[in-house]
Design a protein around this ligand. Structure first.
Ligand SMILES: NC(=O)c1ccc[n+]([C@@H]2O[C@H](COP(=O)([O-])OP(=O)(O)OC[C@H]3O[C@@H](n4cnc5c(N)ncnc54)[C@H](O)[C@@H]3O)[C@@H](O)[C@H]2O)c1
Length: 295
């Protein structure tokens, strides 16, 4: 059987805050396929992620998929707040806070740390699994300007900023950038508030545009538009269990998606099997996006 092999590839994975989201499943799949994983997590969750990586009680969730030996053991855990491009962009009062005062956790700082810890190694894979709005529960109509702009800054612009920062390490080696989107980018989803729907629409436009600008360096940029999944971030939206079961019932495959489904598709997009695919949004949603709402 042909094996999807990422042995020796280096992967920079953002968006891991615990062992219950897409980022965690993607990191495990990448390592199981042979990649060296560098986790870049929000400074506020570094302690949580470190504990999950070390504690006996989380051993089961660290186990690698596909029958691979061992468990998730990133080469490094790096602090990164994707709201900030450089150390100078971090407000003075934030730089006093734990997680920020110890080192430069801007995007530039995180890639400098990657360079230091990896010995300036080239980078083959960049995973963007980050999203945030402080007003996710507010309707589009009620969303403040500040929350709308912050949602875009963290959830969309960060893809541009991270790709730019990663490019010196990714150029001319068939590297792959993969981000995560949601159907609310294209269809009205009233409960997905705080500017997040518009942020995902921007993310989809940005990924296509980035695909053009980095394509001449051999770098591909694709997104996975995932179906609803009860991660920590998603639970803050509302009744996820209801949303997951209603979506599953109306999907062609009549089932919910798992984080492993998204991780499997991500592996494909990071591998040579997808070498001529870029600027694409791949739906991993049991086919829900294809349905008419009034079927
Ligand atoms: N869960 C779903 O139903 C669903 C569906 C489609 C797409 N997505 C997308 O998948 C991606 C991962 O989300 P998830 O559902 O796994 O939830 P999650 O909570 O596991 O991941 C969201 C991550 O974003 C990080 N983050 C937020 N602000 C940040 C910042 N300023 N700097 C650095 N990191 C920051 C959080 O720390 C967290 O790790 C997101 O882009 C999300 O929009 C999720």
């Amino acid at each position: 059987m042909m094996k999807l092999d990422l042995t020796g590839k280096n992967a920079f994975v953002t968006g891991v805050a615990d062992d219950g989201g897409f980022g965690w499943a993607i990191a495990k799949s990448l390592q199981a396929a042979g990649a060296n994983v560098y986790l870049a997590s929000h400074p506020r969750v570094l302690g949580i992620v470190k504990r999950i990586l070390e504690r006996d009680k989380n051993a089961e969730s660290r186990k690698l998929p596909y029958g691979a030996e061992g468990e998730l053991a990133p080469k490094a855990l790096i602090g990164c707040d994707v709201e900030f491009d450089t150390a100078e962009d971090i407000p003075a009062e934030r730089r006093e806070v734990k997680g920020y005062r110890e080192e430069d956790v801007s995007i530039a700082g995180a890639f400098a740390k990657y360079a230091e810890l990896s010995g300036n190694a080239p980078l083959d894979i960049l995973i963007h699994a980050v999203a945030f709005s402080p007003e996710i529960q507010k309707s589009h109509l009620e969303t403040s300007r500040a929350a709308y702009l912050l949602a875009h800054s963290v959830s969309s612009y960060s893809l541009i900023a991270m790709t730019r920062a990663a490019l010196p390490y990714m150029a001319d080696r068939d590297a792959s950038v993969v981000g995560l989107s949601y159907l609310a980018a294209n269809r009205v989803t009233p409960g997905y508030g705080g500017g997040m729907a518009a942020a995902k629409a921007s993310l989809e436009c940005d990924s296509r545009t980035l695909a053009w600008f980095v394509g001449e360096k051999g770098v591909r940029v694709n997104l996975i538009s995932a179906g609803p999944f009860p991660s920590r971030a998603a639970r803050s939206i509302g009744d996820m269990d209801e949303m997951v079961s209603a979506t599953a019932a109306q999907s062609p495959l009549r089932r919910p998606i798992s984080a492993e489904d998204v991780a499997d598709a991500t592996l494909f997009l990071c591998s040579d099997l997808s070498r001529n695919i870029t600027g694409e949004v791949l739906y991993v949603d049991a086919g829900f996006h294809a349905m008419s709402p009034a079927f």
